[in-house]
Ligand binder design. Structure first.
Ligand code: NAP
Length: 265
């Protein structure tokens, strides 16, 4: 018999669930019998994603699509209140992020503020909004999708890197307090992953460096010891493991999925 995740009957919010890593996490949860709320801004793309998820094998679990801007406090409130009203309880996957790459001297303050509002404050607000319910149930499982630039900064990706560093601090900093309520919070830090955002970053880096996108992509692959970018499904598999009881003693951890790019200690 394989590993039993035993996630059927649970409910989850996946922010940024209409594309890339979030979409892969939402699909993987749904296949395991989890009712999933996906949140993103573009309503058409969100509905298409929800429809694609509904067509997967399921156990009578549901999909809820909530259009909201998670860089705003009201957007987070909408997602949490609609999900609680429909599903009654929530575990969460914080994933929505879209920091831009750029040369430091050319970056506007607003580029930093936008990155911090969406990903740093967005993740923190969502955690704050769901934990009262999790404290009451004495059960919570939270996964923050962060990113390698948090611990290995790059001068061309400072809005994203500063966001990710702060989120690592937050994830580790809040873990002990949440643990007393049986709430686990962990981080996954992907390296280069094959998503639309991965393509966008390659385009931005090509522009900064004045080389072709193909050259940037070839350099990226060359810099990864395992010789390939990750697929979003690989991040999703780990996310499922982390919210399952198989990871019952894991909290405050960051797991890298970067093909060995940043060994660190
Ligand atoms: N791909 C990589 O190489 C990589 C590497 C390291 C870390 N990460 C991290 O992994 C996470 C997911 O990245 P990805 O590559 O899967 O991104 P993606 O393909 O661009 O998807 C991003 C998702 O977030 C949603 N989103 C963006 N801005 C939003 C907002 N203001 N409010 C609500 N939803 C919003 C998007 O939908 P809408 O645009 O419709 O809102 C979409 O569903 C991000 O936090 C990213 O920093 C990615």
């Amino acid at each position: 018999m394989g590993l039993e995740l035993n996630l059927a009957g649970k409910t989850a919010i996946v922010t940024g669930g209409s594309a890339g890593i979030g979409f892969a996490i939402a699909k993987a949860l749904y296949r395991e019998g989890v009712s999933v709320a996906i949140a993103a801004r573009n309503p058409e793309r969100l509905e298409q994603a929800a429809q694609a998820i509904r067509e997967l094998p399921n156990q009578g679990n549901q999909v809820l699509a909530i259009s909201a801007d998670l860089s705003q406090a009201e957007g987070v409130d909408t997602v949490v209140s609609k999900t609680l009203a429909t599903f009654g309880q929530i575990d969460i996957f914080n994933n929505a992020g879209s920091a831009q790459a750029g040369t430091f001297l050319e970056l506007e303050d607003q580029t930093f503020v936008d990155a911090w509002n969406l990903k740093l404050l967005g993740y923190i607000r969502l955690v704050k909004a769901v934990i009262p319910d999790q404290i009451q149930r004495r059960d919570g499982r939270i996964v923050n999708i962060i990113g390698g630039a948090g611990r290995t900064p790059r001068s061309s990706f400072l809005p994203g890197g500063t966001t990710n560093a702060a989120l690592l601090n937050f994830t580790r900093g809040i873990a002990k307090e949440l643990a007393q309520h049986n709430i686990r919070i962990n981080a996954i830090s992907p390296g280069a992953t094959a998503t639309e955002r991965g393509d966008r970053l390659a385009e931005q880096n090509a522009q900064i460096r004045g080389v072709s996108v193909a050259e940037i992509k070839a350099e990226t692959v060359k810099s990864i010891p395992l010789g390939k970018v990750a697929q979003p499904e690989e991040i999703a598999n780990l996310a499922l493991f982390l919210v399952s009881d198989l990871a019952a003693s894991i909290t405050g951890a960051e797991i890298l999925v970067d093909g060995g790019t940043t060994p660190g200690v």
